[in-house]
Design a protein around this ligand. Structure first.
Ligand code: NAD
Length: 419
């Protein structure tokens, strides 16, 4: 993994690249607006530790663009979180929400922490401390956080409860990704993996190939990767390799994604799964498969590694897993890439459904959630195909940014530049 790439510079390069293909040129200052966050909160959180001491953590919330609606995006707990990473992730959210045409802008947050080193009580105090800092800038019509890497229903419930207690209100729509008992939506946990599966199915159909016959490798076996693997296997695809941060496993006859997940739940890792061969993450990314699903973190594949990729298609479950150099190399090599801002948009789309249900105080069944999600992802994929073909664009990534930028610019122009 090339960690020296700056994801924020990558985002800016992706926007510049796409803007050059727009049929009418974008004013330089509007382009600057499209490439930079409106504001970034940086907070230092002083938290009580179980041993009686104190520890300080740095946290960020970037509100990138609110032209199409309230800021929306997850909160990540990871030791590698940086201000620029959070800015990049918040920008990707803007274009993701625009591509699937849900009425949100983009935001993202993160705390520099390795949660595996802290107790549940310490993580609760840390989360509530961050929620207190976020309170003045979030709200169901202002900014709506959600889970991301190493956060889930538990953290979302704590943030909702802290916000509601401090505001003396009931406002479940202030955050999404909550547990069902606390106002969460059916289908939310599976939503990101489900959109990855749908995007893979649609692109194989577009390429005239059968997903049922495809071999698949998945890098990263957390929420997004493990569920994508399971749903792809349910379609009939053969998942031949998966990995996590401790390494990978390979079985040419196909792995059982449910059994691998159970094994990971028990042991904490996919490594040593019985009957499979051990492989490195690099081996996995360069396996000769029909479909590669990077579902770990950004910059998993750089330009050098991209030369060795042997998959026919890549569907990005993670945010920003390919560097711009990798994108160029893969385009030259005719590898079809379905970009993150469409492929993993299931998470934010079902978050949107959760917010709609919260505001209506109404609960949808899982089938309705999954059906509505399918409609959103299939329509968005069709919009990308239209843009790609009508404007003769070089890739689905460029098409996604062209569609997204147009929608954001239209909203900005319609709103007017005031004050
Ligand atoms: P997660 O914490 O549940 O899983 C991450 C997985 O990646 C873990 O299995 C971890 O071991 C693995 N990993 C970390 N570093 C690795 C490495 N170097 N090589 C191989 N595996 C590695 O996180 P998640 O929620 O599944 O998120 C994964 C990606 O998907 C992130 O980029 C996230 O932003 C994106 N995403 C997630 C959602 C969501 O709803 N969960 C929505 C949109 C995008």
């Amino acid at each position: 993994m090339s960690s020296d790439e700056n994801p924020f510079e990558n985002l800016q390069e992706q926007i510049d690249d796409a803007a050059s293909y727009l049929p009418s040129s974008v004013n330089e200052d509007v382009l600057t607006r499209l490439k930079n966050p409106e504001r970034v909160l940086e907070a230092n959180l002083t938290v009580d530790m179980d041993d009686g001491g104190l520890e300080t953590f740095t946290a960020y919330r970037s509100q990138f663009n609110g032209d199409r609606g309230p800021y929306k995006g997850g909160i990540r707990y990871h030791p590698g979180v940086t201000r620029d990473e959070v800015k990049a992730l918040s920008g990707w959210m803007v274009y993701k929400c625009a591509v699937v045409d849900i009425p949100y802008g983009g935001g993202k947050g993160g705390i520099v922490v390795d949660p595996s080193e802290y107790s549940a009580d310490e993580l609760e105090r840390l989360t509530r401390s961050f929620a207190k800092e976020l309170r003045p800038i979030i709200g169901e019509d202002q900014d709506i956080p959600a889970p991301d890497v190493n956060t889930g229903q538990r953290e979302m419930n704590w943030i909702k409860n802290t916000y509601e207690t401090l505001e003396n209100t009931t406002e479940p729509g202030v955050i999404t990704g909550k547990s069902i008992a606390n106002g969460g939506s059916e289908g939310r946990v599976e939503a990101t993996g489900r959109s990855v599966m749908l995007a893979a199915r649609e692109v194989f159909d577009y390429l005239g190939k059968d997903i049922e016959d495809a071999t698949v490798a998945v890098q990263g076996y957390g929420n997004a990767g493990s569920i994508a693997a399971r749903l792809l296997a349910d379609l009939g695809a053969t998942v031949v390799a998966v990995s996590d941060s401790s390494g990978g496993i390979h079985d040419a006859d196909g792995l059982d994604p449910r059994a691998v997940k159970e094994f990971k739940n028990e042991t904490g890792t996919v490594s040593d799964y019985e009957g499979a061969d051990a492989i490195t993450n690099e081996d996995l990314l360069t396996l000769d498969v029909d479909l590669l699903v990077p579902a770990a973190l950004e910059n998993a594949i750089d330009g050098d590694l991209a030369r060795d990729v042997r998959a026919d298609a890549i569907v990005e479950a993670a945010n920003g897993p390919l560097t711009p150099d990798a994108d160029d190399v893969l385009q030259e090599r005719d590898v079809t890439v379905v970009p993150d801002i469409l492929a993993n948009a299931g998470g934010v789309t079902v978050s949107y459904f959760e917010w709609v249900q919260n505001r209506q105080r109404f609960h949808w069944g899982e089938e309705r959630v999954n059906d509505e999600l399918e409609t959103v992802i299939v329509d968005a994929f069709d919009d990308l195909v239209d843009a790609k073909e009508s404007l003769d664009l070089p890739s689905f990534r460029v098409a996604a940014y062209v569609v997204g930028i147009r929608r954001v610019v239209d909203a900005y122009t319609g709103n007017g530049n005031w004050p």
